[in-house]
Design a protein around this ligand. Structure first.
Ligand SMILES: CCc1cccc(CC)c1NC(=O)n1cc2c(c1)/C(=N\C(=O)c1ccc(N3CCN(C)CC3)cc1)N=N2
Length: 309
């Protein structure tokens, strides 16, 4: 690369510059909608997942900084997840929300599929959670408020995320939540066909019931996962964490205990989300006005100062 890509310290002014430039990348009609690899200067690897790697890149014309996710077609075929990737692209490219990682475009060559994604400057939320062990109530509450806002937007479009967990959440350069990885998202209502792999911790009871095909479920599954996420932010581990068999049993009975250090307001919200009957879970509108959310949601510099403290 001619000029080294910015280190994380200079990344912020690069991001600021690029945010101005971002109009040229995706908004102006003059910019070609079709992208190709030569348009990007490839920077450092940002992370890797089961099916792909992601790199910090700069679009040459506009200087726009973004993240390029590279998926290998043969790996997707082996993992039988091509359909999910197509759905991820179709769903995520139509979403615009400050707490949802934006997909600007995609392209492919003979061997690989490339996703041009928004760059989340502070990385993976689960690494922050592991490092801090658990989040203070004000931080957990602000993250859950942002998640509720993202879910409200998704559900209005009848999109269910279905895979909400710390590993699928990134943090933007200003500390805001960026929900990502729509590989499991679908349009509601739905009954799952593809087998699940990975942790059961976040699955709601209606998705782990033995596979009677008519066990349709709807977007309320994301409310259950939001409850698990709230618990994990405050306690540092998932509420039903156990052996796989025990986890399933405990989920099916909503069998969990909330430690005494969790405030009564937070306990109340968790209990209203981790309800077996999907229809009885607290709706998203009421989450945004829940005392635990309202109590901690401060706008402006007070929140920013608190971030620095
Ligand atoms: C291919 C990787 C993958 C597989 C599966 C699911 C997901 C979504 C989470 C992903 N990631 C993905 O799609 N990603 C899309 C992305 C993206 C990942 C990303 N940023 C980072 O990964 C990142 C990591 C560390 C970082 N630093 C860590 C050290 N700090 C001191 C400074 C900041 C800063 C940014 N921006 N858009």
């Amino acid at each position: 690369i001619r000029k080294p890509l910015p280190s994380s310290s200079r990344a912020s002014e690069e991001v600021a510059h690029a945010e101005r430039a971002s109009i040229t990348l995706v908004e102006q009609p003059s910019v070609p909608k079709q992208f190709h690899l030569g348009m990007f200067e490839i920077g450092r690897p940002l992370g890797k997942g089961k099916f792909g790697r992601v790199y910090l890149v700069r679009e040459r014309m506009s200087g726009f900084i973004c993240a390029l996710k590279v998926l290998h077609k043969n790996e997707l075929q082996q993992g039988r997840v091509e359909k999910q990737v197509r759905r991820e692209i179709e769903i995520q490219s139509n979403l615009r929300h400050p707490n949802i990682l934006q997909l600007f475009g995609h392209f492919h060559d003979s061997k690989r599929i490339f996703l041009i994604l928004e760059f989340a400057g502070k990385g993976e939320l689960y690494k922050h959670l592991r490092r801090e062990n658990r989040f203070p109530e004000w931080k957990a509450s602000q993250y859950i408020a942002q998640m509720a806002s993202a879910l409200k937007y998704l559900h209005r479009k009848h999109v269910i995320h279905r895979d909400i967990k710390p590993e699928n959440i990134l943090v933007g350069v200003h500390g805001e939540i960026k929900l990502s990885d729509f590989g499991w998202s679908v349009h509601a209502p739905n009954s799952r066909r593809q087998t699940m792999c990975g942790t059961l911790d976040y699955l709601p009871p209606e998705m782990i019931k033995p596979g009677s095909t008519d066990n349709y479920y709807n977007e309320k599954v994301d409310l259950w996962s939001l409850g698990v996420l709230t618990y994990e932010f405050l306690v540092g581990e998932a509420p039903f964490e156990d052996t796989p068999v025990m986890t399933q049993r405990r989920i099916a009975k909503a069998d969990m205990s909330i430690p005494s250090f969790v405030s009564p307001e937070a306990r109340d919200l968790i209990k209203r989300l981790l309800v077996l009957d999907p229809e009885k879970r607290i709706p998203l509108d009421q989450i945004q006005t829940h005392p635990w959310i309202v109590k901690h949601c401060v706008k402006g510099e007070r929140a920013a100062n608190r971030e620095k403290s």
